[in-house]
Design a binder for this molecule. Sequence first.
Ligand SMILES: [Zn+2]
Length: 916
Amino acid sequence: MMRPLLVVLVSVLALGDPVAAQTAEPPAYASLVEALERAVLAGDSAAYLSLASATADRNAAERFARENLYLGVDHATVSPRFLVPIEDLPENTGYELTVEVFSESGTRARLETWRLEIVREGDVGDDGVWRIRDQTHVDSIDNLHHLSLTPTKQYAADNLVVLGEDLSLTLTEGSVFVAETEIGVTGLVLLGTGIMRFTPQPEAERGQVRIFSGDETLEVKFDAAFIRVHPEAFNAHVSTSGLVEQAVEPATLRKASAVFDEFIGLSFTLDLSEISDRLWSLNPGVGNFLAEVRTRRYGTLTYAQFGQQPEDISLQTREGSKVISLYASARKRATEGRYFADDDTVSLDVLHYDVTASFEPLGTSQQSLSATPELLGCRVVGTTRLTVRVKGLPIGAFSLRLADELEVTSVTSSEFGPLLFFRLSGQNSLFVSLPSEVPGGTEFTVSVSYAGDLSAQQLEETWIASRSFLFEATGLFGVGEPRYVYSNRSYWYPQSLVPDYATAMLELTVPPGWGVIASGLPHDTNPPVTRSPEARPRQFSFAVIQPARYLSALISQFEDHPLPRRQVRLRHDVTRPSVPRADGAVFYDTLTIDAQGSQRSIRDIEAITNQTADIASFYASLLGDIPYPTLTVTLTDSRLPGGHSPAYFAVMNHTLPRQPGVMVSWRTDPVSFSSYPSFFLAHEIAHQWWGQAVGWKNYHEQWLSEGLAQYFAALYAERDGGPKVFTDIIRQMRRWAMRHSDEGPVYLGYRLGHLKDESRVFRALVYNKGAMVLHMLRGLVGDDAFFAGLRRFYHQWRFRKAGTDALQLAFEIESGRSLSRFFDRWIHDTALPELQFSSHTETTATGEEIVLRFEQLTERLFDLPVSVDLTYRSGEEETVVVPVTDRVTEVRVPARGRLRRVGVNRDGVALATINR
Ligand SMILES: [Zn+2]
């Protein structure tokens, strides 16, 4: 699903294009702007007042000049941004002009936004003279510094220690240079011989450090380091006793400056290159700390502590962007607990999207043979109108997610008019400034227009090791039908920073002969998705009436087929648990299934439609709900198995015979169940319920989507293929889960296998171990409580984003027992249990009893069901499931005769090593 929020290490702002530059000729008020720029440069209030119109309030103008002009400016730029006619004045006689005023004084600068009412007076020439009638100070960023190392200061290090939480940098010998602002040191460069030590406190994070470095403490030599800190926090991080002032050595200063220049622009920086040729830095917040550590062994390691993030400590490789550690600081762990929601980090709730977009494919299958597959995509031109609500505290600005490749041409609001915006380069982010503070609870709309060439994305789930991704991007080049997927990783429309439920209307246009399948109920007036003879572009409409976490579109050329739509009806005897609901969404008892495919896959379309109907009917009866009223299943061409299942549709790769030279090893993948080929389809269809209808609140919780989809697919396989198929699937899941469990807890989500680029580890644990945990839970609490718990969880969290805590609670309510240790061990811990098993027969007053004894050998106790198969000499067989929940568990079974054989965990349900 979507990439999780990573700590923002680099914040480079790029200004949007000035609106006033849209006309080639200099605007009539250009001389006013020039005069304003001179007044700002001179800090001259009188000069400002001379620009006031005859009708201006002179007291207000004087007050504004006093507060906003100052002496000592040595460079000033006034940039017009918006021009809006004043409605009650005759045409071209008055405007509201928004300007950005940038002024430098030595190594300090400020960036301000002013809104001016300008009116035309007199009749000098044809244009008259433009004057300021009124003015408002909208916003300012005033702590900008142009930083450099202080050339007169050098320190000799004598076991200098720089500390961050769980981190120490010791410079045993070498030199230290500082970068200062007027309130103290904000930057440090360390040169010489140093040792970095990093030992994260959370156990799971130590496990990741061990995978990365071979040891739970990452200890590595460094020869240079760059530190940023708030001046007031300097003493808390740096042992100043380890600094001895010395004479400056020019050659060493030059080396230190080179280190400084390499890193200063990478964080806490505003890119104002359009208006200044110098680099401008912001002060880190008091709770922020950053260290770039140059090592020979790992390249540069970036340690950061950013108080604003839920997981505020991170360690990453600078060059490979590998996340080694990401966790909450001790203070946050103590005050905020283990569970958090991505939602807590955003200030806006998006309620509804109106997306109008056109897609023009950029490459045909012929051209793409020579092109880089990753670059294939479409020209996307769109306008999206978002209806949003301010969540809590008042806001003066907000951010949206939008692909960097899409150039934004305007941002406007029905309520606030045109809005200032910035792109955060390299972050797929759009920063929008509001004209004034907007209180919590306010609803408003914002429309964003954009255009650009945007790569299509891979299918979300590629059932294959990552090295083969290259061939997957847009289908089978030169052989299959090209297809372009824009979904959760594309940021093809401006959207909430985190995936969030919203309704939507989509109007999507494609060239003649192309079709679109997208999130939402297809509109009755849509053209047929398949090729049609018309020569005009074709427009398709979709209504997302039941909320979706993100919006998706699939563009391809689909083959005509005669199959009608299929309908699946929810059984009438299904009852829904009565749980509080906040979603406002409705319930459907019918699902309409449509299927589309490429030319090569069309012969399979009938079988796929029938199977999809059967699968969906099974899931609907298990959960008592159909979340989305339509489902379009689509087959596209590819060499590799894979799929993706956004709300309202699913796309499956229709795999073709192997091509020479393509390495495919998917038979050795944790999720390739060769005994049941429909497993992929069953997994993808399950995502309509798990992952789409019920979401997950941050990257740790992805197992709720994948583990449940995987388990539902296994349940369907059992119903469709019988118990033998089910047992084979469980055994394979167990094998992969056991093999990779030591790579970390299920709760690490996408980070499992990330450091080694081994996506099989991710699938082995998040998919298979997740499903096995559910199956073991079922064995412990019994079928009734298990399926009631699933239904409770589903209905309570429909169209919301859940966490493991919510799942646990639902099962606790239905089973009447505490499950915190169960989820702690199986989801949050890495280790697996080791058990000692023995059995013997005892003769008692009432007859012979078989005693089954389990002892847990691992220090931490687990809860798990273990099956014991008893085979009697008579040939009779009996299976006993023992709930192992104590250090020693003993179960007595009345013997039905003389025992021939005792088997333990033959069904492979228990994820444990069992000695006997
Ligand atoms: Zn999945």
